[in-house]
Design a protein around this ligand. Structure first.
Ligand code: DGL
Length: 264
């Protein structure tokens, strides 16, 4: 019997998480759902995002997912803010994973968070981090241009460096000790961010934190997922198939994928 894990994202950014889990859990069946028809979540209302997340969770559950991974920070923040309605299936969400990771870090007193406008507007990351340690100061900023920039793939251009520098400037001025990268796309510019914010600042990315949370859950609760070797199936669903999905998907995942169109 194989274990089935569903990964939900607003689009293709969650493939960064899927790529990690593809390697870490070769024997598990993975169903990916990217809501490309409503992408980007970052410029939408939290109510609309939470509704789509609910529908996405239902889609994955109907296909047998025993664990749902909300790979999208924006989707997770909106879903948690709307009560995270009981999905009757375990969920690992990107916001809780990031907050749990921050809790384990030493020297974490001044934390910068960057994310999409919708994620920052919920204030979820800042609120949950300060709830667990009221002494911590959190500064949250929206970085609306980063997701399109990363998807366009012009990261070696001077304008990319300028945009990253501009978004990180207010956090650099505050001399943060930790930068929480609150969007799964940002792992693609992690090195650039580290250069711009300074090497003394610790970076926390949601891709490795979510992957670690998933593996922790699998070890503890899904013994049937531990079958060694490859063999797990992979299916990639998108709610809209546009011309660009192939090349963006390749950027995020590292190789060509076959996408199936689906409806929510
Ligand atoms: N990749 C998504 C996240 O992790 C944001 C992209 C979007 O705006 O949909 O928050």
């Amino acid at each position: 019997m194989t274990a089935i894990i569903g990964i939900l994202d607003s689009g293709l950014g969650g493939l960064t998480v899927a790529r990690k889990l593809d390697t870490l859990l070769p024997g598990v069946d993975i169903i990916y759902l990217g809501d490309t028809a409503r992408f980007p979540y970052g410029s939408r209302s939290t109510g609309m995002i939470a509704d789509r997340v609910e529908q996405g969770v239902g889609f994955l559950k109907d296909r047998g997912a025993e664990l749902i991974v909300l790979a999208c920070v924006t989707g997770s923040a909106a879903w948690l803010g709307h009560g995270g309605r009981e999905p009757k299936v375990p969920v690992v969400d990107a916001v809780t994973s990031l907050v749990d990771r921050v809790r384990t870090l030493p020297r974490c007193r001044k934390i910068g968070v960057i994310g999409t406008p919708a994620a920052v507007q919920t204030g979820a990351l800042g609120r949950l981090i300060t709830q667990q340690d009221p002494e911590t100061r959190v500064y949250e900023y929206a970085a609306p241009l980063l997701v399109p920039l990363i998807e366009e793939g012009r990261l070696d251009r001077p304008e990319a460096r300028l945009i990253v520098k501009k978004y990180l400037h207010p956090l650099k001025v505050r001399q943060i000790d930790t930068l929480v990268m609150g969007c799964n796309h940002y792992v693609m510019v992690k090195q650039l961010m580290h250069r711009k914010i300074g090497k003394r600042t610790m970076l926390v990315d949601c891709v490795s934190t979510v992957a670690d949370s998933v593996c922790g859950y699998v070890d503890a609760h899904m013994p049937h997922a531990a079958s060694p070797g490859a063999g797990g199936s992979r299916v990639y669903h998108l709610t809209d198939l546009t011309d660009g999905v192939g090349s963006i998907g390749k950027k995020m995942f590292g190789r060509n994928l076959t996408f199936r169109r689906c409806r929510l």
